[in-house]
Write a protein that binds this ligand. Structure first.
Ligand code: DCP
Ligand code: MG
Length: 381
């Protein structure tokens, strides 16, 4: 049996904000846009006690939790923290699959000492906190589902081993809505049929439930009994397209405002292109007008591009041709047909080739190296 570990950062965006401003500690805090159409991205555990949750409109969250502090998100900052966290882990555990901005699966079959799993993972959790300043919850199981349910079991700084023996004791009493893979719409329908806990599903052979879940029935039932996918895919996430978008609190017709949003979206897109070392050969502008109609316009580029100036320039070319002055609710910039950034790799290779030839020549000279590249001579002046 494999040893699969799931690691999930605790109330990630709020934790990140608390790192910057310690006065937020232990308070009812949410990250989200505090405007007419704002929704909560995530909230602190004290706020969760009031019923606040991700995806809830900010207005409702403030009504049920009057002391709630709603702060705007800083996504680039969260991405940097996340990158730092997972690259530290990846160096220690190469069989790592990042599943979202704040969670990953790791196959630790060969690295977790048998009989001492709990202590090993506890030490890892503390080390992660020491090195990255971030608190996470960890779950261990023989497959991804059990590992994920384990990390969800206790927060913050939870550490739960969902072994086969623990399934009836830990997994089965959980409310069916807590089961990973059972959505918000399905859980109440299952409850109507008497399936209140994960255990109820694990031991269910009711035809009505099978009909309600359709193809998912066998899959979810087997997971509830502790079976599931245990393959951790180490292939790095390889995007085929990258996009960023912004919603306005009030519909906008201001050219300057729309332009500045296109600029900010272009910067996000360019940063992601850099991160994945990709170039784009097609660019797209997305506009949603106040009647919720969404239109996209794309343009193929003559040569692959990257960098925020080039993304912005091309995005504006389409926008200027396409925009007719209607009120805009949402604006987005995307790049499609994303390809490997070959140019810089080639350049590097060529430079390396030059360097190697010169090094070899210099080594061959009995009186010591004398050969320089012309450009190096210039910079030495
Ligand atoms: N997120 C979001 N909108 C959602 C759900 C999540 O913007 N509807 C963001 C904010 C979260 C981050 O993704 O901080 C990670 O999502 P999680 O589901 O892991 O939630 P948290 O990390 O916030 O909380 P938990 O401690 O329960 O994992
Ligand atoms: Mg999380």
């Amino acid at each position: 049996m494999k040893k699969i570990v799931h690691i999930d950062l605790n109330c990630f965006f709020v934790q990140a904000e608390t790192l910057k401003d310690s006065s937020l500690k232990n308070k009812c805090v949410a990250v989200g846009y505090d405007g007419r159409r704002g929704v909560i991205s995530t909230c602190s555990y004290p706020a969760r006690k009031f019923g606040v949750h991700s995806g809830m409109p900010v207005s409702e969250a403030k009504r049920i939790c009057p002391n709630l502090l709603v702060i705007p998100g800083h996504y680039q900052y969260y991405e940097n923290l996340s990158r730092n966290f997972f690259s530290f882990l990846k160096k220690k555990f190469p069989i790592l699959e990042q599943a979202s901005i704040d969670e990953c699966y790791i196959d630790m079959t060969d690295s977790l000492p048998t009989g001492n799993e709990y202590n090993y993972l506890f030490d890892l959790q503390m080390e992660l906190y020491r090195v990255t300043n971030l608190k996470c919850s960890i779950g261990l199981g023989s497959n991804k589902f059990l590992a994920k349910m384990g990390s969800d079991y206790k927060k913050p700084l939870g550490l739960t081993i969902m072994s086969q023996d623990n399934i009836p004791k830990l997994l089965w009493p959980l409310d069916i809505s807590k089961m990973y893979g059972v959505g918000k719409k399905t859980a109440p329908r299952l409850k109507d049929l008497g399936i209140n806990t994960i255990g109820d599903l694990a031991n269910c052979s009711d035809m009505k439930v099978r009909k309600t879940l359709g193809n998912l029935f066998d899959y979810l039932k087997s997971e509830a009994n502790g079976y599931g996918d245990d393959v951790v895919s180490i292939e790095a996430f390889d995007p085929k397209s990258i996009s960023a978008e912004r919603t306005f609190s009030e519909d906008s017709t201001s050219y300057d405002e729309l332009k500045s949003m296109i600029k900010s979206c272009s910067e996000d897109v360019a940063k992601e292109l850099d991160y994945y070392q990709k170039d784009a050969i097609s660019i797209v502008i997305k506009l949603r007008s106040s009647d919720f109609k969404t239109r996209s316009k794309r343009m193929s580029l003559e040569k692959p591009i990257n960098g925020s100036d080039q993304v912005f320039f091309n995005a504006m070319m389409i926008f200027d041709k396409f925009y007719k002055g209607e009120p805009i609710r949402l604006i987005g910039v995307g790049v499609e047909k994303v390809v490997e950034r070959i140019a810089s790799v080639k350049e590097n290779k060529e430079i390396k080739k030059e360097d190697t030839i010169i090094q070899e020549l210099n080594q061959d000279m009995s009186f010591g190296g004398k050969i320089f590249l012309a450009k190096d001579l210039k910079s030495k002046k």
